[in-house]
Ligand binder design. Sequence first.
Ligand code: SME
Length: 153
Amino acid sequence: MVNYSLLQEQIREMIQTDPWYVPAMSNISALLMETLPDLNWVGFYVWRNGRLVVGPFQGKPACIHIPEGKGVCGTALKEDRTLNVPDVHAFPGHIACDSASRSELVIPLHADGKAVAVLDMDSPTLSRFTTADEAALKKATEIMENLLNWDGI
Ligand code: SME
């Protein structure tokens, strides 16, 4: 059982130490990989020059660019909503960066009300992410949205 209130507090403290999105996303992706069981990739894509670009992450090397509306990440950003995909093979246009991935959770992050990045989490297990995981991780992204400095994005 993940202690999500501790995780949220750790995220808050990391960002308060340095709010720039690069160190914050780096340590938050490492923290999520350490804390949540059964993940094979966790990290961020940021919106830059009209497409998503891979940001800090943990896992195998990943696709560098994702166009808006493509894959789970590009769709979550375009439609500005969380996508909890129980079976990535059943998601039209899923981009297979790591062939081990079976389920995926993507949550958009906002700056000034606009979606400017996504948190992407992949699992080798079907239906890995519960609605409780989704709600707690959404809270974590809200902490990020409130505290991050997006300089240079
Ligand atoms: N599967 C994602 C691409 C990113 S990787 O999972 C790291 C997608 O379909 O958008």
